[in-house]
Write a new protein. Structure first.
Length: 155
């Protein structure tokens, strides 16, 4: 019986530690800084709606641009961590935008299904921070630079 109490106590302590670790991770925001032409957003699993300058997007949201259109996203406001330019006919999901303030780390995963993006990433603060772009065929990770990624439709 005493051994069972010890296991239960250890289990409760571990559960509390795990919950405090997860609680420290918060979601970040991407703000639509500029739109030229037509862009639409899908908040979570909702329906497509017109994108507007100043609109905030979070993890799980998707943005797409139409022909002769583009949109610029500032990650963490005023492009503190990155500036993402969606070119025409692009489809981008903010797959992961998380931050752990206690550890001063960030995780960014952008899922580019179609089109082209140009990204200006600021140097990551910690070695265990991640900034990645996923395409249907690969995942690219960066530490701080300007680069573009393109995905073409298969006809």
């Amino acid at each position: 019986m005493k051994l069972l109490k010890v296991f239960l106590s250890v289990g409760v302590v571990l559960a509390l530690l795990a919950s405090s670790t997860f609680a420290a991770e918060t979601r970040r925001v991407a703000t639509i800084a500029e739109i030229t032409g037509t862009a639409e957003v899908k908040i979570g699993s909702g329906k497509w709606a017109p994108a507007k300058v100043g609109m905030s997007l979070t993890q799980g949201d998707t943005i797409r641009t139409k022909a002769k259109s583009m949109a610029i996203l500032d990650l963490d406001g005023k492009a503190r961590s990155a500036k993402v330019e969606l070119k025409e006919n692009s489809l981008l999901t903010l797959a992961e935008l998380a931050e752990n303030k206690a550890k001063d780390t960030q995780k960014t995963l952008l899922d580019l299904s179609l089109g082209k993006i140009l990204i200006q990433v600021h140097k990551l603060r910690q070695d265990n921070s991640k900034f990645e772009v996923k395409t249907p065929t690969s995942i690219v990770g960066v530490r701080g630079t300007t680069f573009s990624v393109a995905v073409e439709a298969i006809e």
